[in-house]
Design a protein around this ligand. Structure first.
Ligand code: PGA
Length: 255
């Protein structure tokens, strides 16, 4: 299992700023061959990512997608459009989209299916609303996870990333979950019947929510944490490069 470290720029960085960022980042991480890296720009900067990152060890992708492939959906972007731009990853289900756009579990499930149908890897973001400990988090997350994955063929499971991103740990003023909390949630998730079995062995479980350099190494040293999903700290290419270089010795995902 190769560690996966990536960033979503959310609604930051114009296409012009993305050129600068990616030209800075690329040489800083070019020697990292033991892990997978990605950036998720806003839609207008995705073609820039394709231009700047082609042939590099950094994949690119999108932060959202419409569940349908084509049609009269003003302002939306579909999976075939993202696949055409070389996107490898597409994030779905982030708590900011659920909150600001009213996305339901059923809509997110259809988005995962669209991403998989077009040969890209869904990064499914799930998270508990309030901090009541790992057991409460799992009780909140498991039923919707079952619904979210129900429409996905078992053989597509291996190419899935599940990002545990507690809503309470995300954004300005929030503090990250502790590595022990994250480890406990992801260990149970890994051991759950939903992810047991050959098809699911490639699923990567990563953590997002106020990740910074003070916590990255300890987070990655948890046995079931396969990677990091970085928000604010990814907006500076030097800081993201430093996080991408977090030491990790991976014998991971053994429940
Ligand atoms: P943050 O965002 O690192 O800025 O808290 C994380 C996320 O949304 O996953």
């Amino acid at each position: 299992m190769r560690p996966l470290i990536g960033t979503s720029w959310k609604m930051h960085l114009t296409a012009s700023q993305a050129v600068q960022y990616l030209q800075t980042l690329r040489p800083l991480v070019a020697d990292l061959t033991d892990r997978d890296l990605f950036v998720l720009p806003a839609y207008p900067a995705i073609p820039v990512a394709r231009e700047q990152l082609d042939g590099s060890n950094i994949a690119w992708g999108a932060q959202d997608v419409h569940p349908e492939d084509w049609g009269a959906h003003t302002g939306d972007v579909s999976a075939p459009m993202l696949a055409d731009l070389g996107c490898r990853y597409v994030e779905v289900g982030h708590s900011e989209r659920r909150r600001e756009h009213g996305e339901t579990t059923d809509v997110v499930a259809r988005k995962i299916a669209a991403v998989a149908r077009w040969g890209m890897t869904p990064i499914l973001s799930i998270g508990d609303q309030h901090r009541h400990g790992p057991q409460a988090a799992l009780a909140e997350l498991m039923p919707s996870l079952e619904r979210l994955l129900a429409g996905l063929p078992r053989e597509s499971l291996g190419d899935l990333v599940i990002a545990y991103e507690p809503a309470w740990a995300i954004g300005e003023g929030a503090a990250p979950a502790s590595p022990e909390e994250v480890g406990a949630v992801l260990r149970e998730l890994r051991a759950s019947p939903l992810l047991k079995g050959v098809e699911a062995s490639g699923v990567r479980l990563i953590y997002g929510g106020s990740v910074d350099q003070s916590i990255a190494e300890e987070m990655l040293s948890q046995p079931c944490v396969d990677g990091l999903f970085i928000g604010r700290q990814g907006l500076d290419p030097y800081t993201f490069a430093a996080l991408a270089r977090t030491p990790c010795c991976m014998s991971h995902s053994e429940p």
